[in-house]
Ligand binder design. Structure first.
Ligand code: BEZ
Length: 163
């Protein structure tokens, strides 16, 4: 699994943002300035849809005010599904999305996890990176959204320890 100090990998993905859908490279999306990346098991899945993503949408202005250039949500879904989720969640302009349909970035990060009927998806996580280098990673090992959620990331950005 990727750790603090590691460089973020370069793999082909689709970027879904306020400009639409484009082919992109993960390192290009994540490599400039201070970036918060969070990964979810799936677009429209219950906890991702009602808690994890809305938490980052609601905190986006405060996170960016703390010096973050970009907040990115990664999920192993195709770009049509990701675009529909982003639009329905009113996230575009606040959160950019990586549609990682093949799970290439999830596997390269060492953050892919088997979710039974859903197949291999992202383990729920969040990380802070600067100029393409990971600073902190928070993997959600228990149910729900605690260490990987927006409040925990806000605390981490303020330099506080998150249990
Ligand atoms: C969710 O609630 O987000 C979820 C449920 C089952 C598998 C993965 C995610």
């Amino acid at each position: 699994m990727i750790q603090a100090g590691d460089k973020l990998p370069s793999v082909p993905v689709k970027l879904v943002d306020a400009n639409g859908v484009s082919d992109a490279d993960s390192a290009g999306i994540l490599g400039q300035g201070r970036v918060v990346l969070f990964g979810v098991p799936g677009a429209f899945t219950p906890t991702c849809d009602t808690s994890h993503l809305p938490g980052f949408i609601g905190a986006a202005d405060r996170i960016k005010a703390g010096g973050v250039n970009r907040i990115v949500c990664a999920t192993v879904n195709d770009h049509h599904v990701v675009k529909a989720w982003a639009e329905r969640s009113d996230a575009l302009g606040k959160i950019d999305f990586i549609a990682d349909a093949h799970g290439r970035l999830a596997e390269a990060l060492g953050l892919a996890k088997n979710f039974g009927d859903l197949g291999r998806r992202y383990a729920r996580f969040a990380m802070i990176a600067r100029d393409g280098v990971v600073q902190q990673v928070f993997v959600q090992d228990v149910a729900g959204v605690t260490v990987s959620g927006a409040p925990a990331i806000l605390l981490a950005l303020q330099g506080e320890v998150v249990a």
